[in-house]
Design a protein around this ligand. Structure first.
Ligand SMILES: N[C@@H](CCC(=O)N[C@@H](CS)C(=O)NCC(=O)O)C(=O)O
Length: 222
């Protein structure tokens, strides 16, 4: 059985896990789930959230932080937690997955709604319902209407990362867990195929491309 990643394409946490799998050279297949029909996910993991990963052994793990830990345990090389940096990497990773995500999420929301609307009014309605059960009725329309304020918040939150990447290939110099987390958040702004990250953030744009190019696929032989 090949390793399987259950995902929704617009999910930043799925992008994070996808790139860790590629970085570690793990052969895997992506199961792109239908938003309304999650039977494969529920059967494999017993719950409704992505990402979930089923390993070759049949073991299934959910939650991107737990998946990252388990992959590191089973496939230690190449490492995503270089010795001496483990504590800092975990702290930074948690900040990116939680606080930074809160600032990025509102600006990616319109693209996510458009993505599900293209798949049909039933998908869009379910997606909206799930958001509004958590954040209250009217949340989606309100968030989309507040685009200018939300972009300001997102850019303010990204500014320290832009600064940190001046003259550095990765956040702490050597690639590690927080880079995959930040890649996931940047992917959220680019999952439509159009990178929404403004040109005023050149270091982050170059960094996104650098990590995006990591691949576990074989090069075609000449
Ligand atoms: N802390 C979790 C967060 C996962 C998460 O929020 N997943 C979202 C997609 S990004 C999800 O599955 N939402 C269910 C839904 O939209 O119905 C992780 O790191 O994996």
């Amino acid at each position: 059985m090949t390793t399987r990643l259950y995902q929704f394409i617009g999910s930043p946490f799925c992008a994070k896990v996808r790139k860790i799998l590629e970085f570690k050279g793990i052969d895997f297949e992506v199961v792109e789930l239908d938003y309304l029909e999650r039977k494969e996910l529920v059967l494999a993991s017993g719950q409704m959230m992505v990402p979930a990963v089923t390993l070759e052994s049949g073991e299934t793990i959910v939650d991107s932080a737990r998946i990252a830990d388990r992959l590191e345990e089973l496939y230690p090389e190449p490492t995503i937690m270089p010795p001496g940096w483990r504590g800092l990497h975990r702290t930074l990773a948690s900040f990116i997955d939680n606080q930074l995500e809160e600032a990025i999420y509102p600006v990616a929301l319109a693209d996510e709604l458009a993505h599900y609307s293209r798949q049909g009014p039933d998908r869009a309605a379910m997606w909206t319902l799930i958001r509004e059960r958590k954040y209250g009725v009217g949340f989606v329309a309100r968030t989309i209407a507040d685009a200018a304020a939300n972009w300001k918040r997102a850019l303010d939150a990204l500014a320290p990362f832009e600064e940190q990447l001046e003259g550095r290939a990765f956040l702490t110099g050597r690639i590690g867990l927080p880079d995959f987390c930040l890649y996931g958040q940047l992917f959220y702004l680019a999952f439509t195929g159009e990178n929404k990250l403004p040109a005023t953030l050149p270091n982050l744009r170059a960094y996104f491309g650098r990590i995006d190019r990591i691949s576990s696929r074989l090069e075609p032989t000449a």
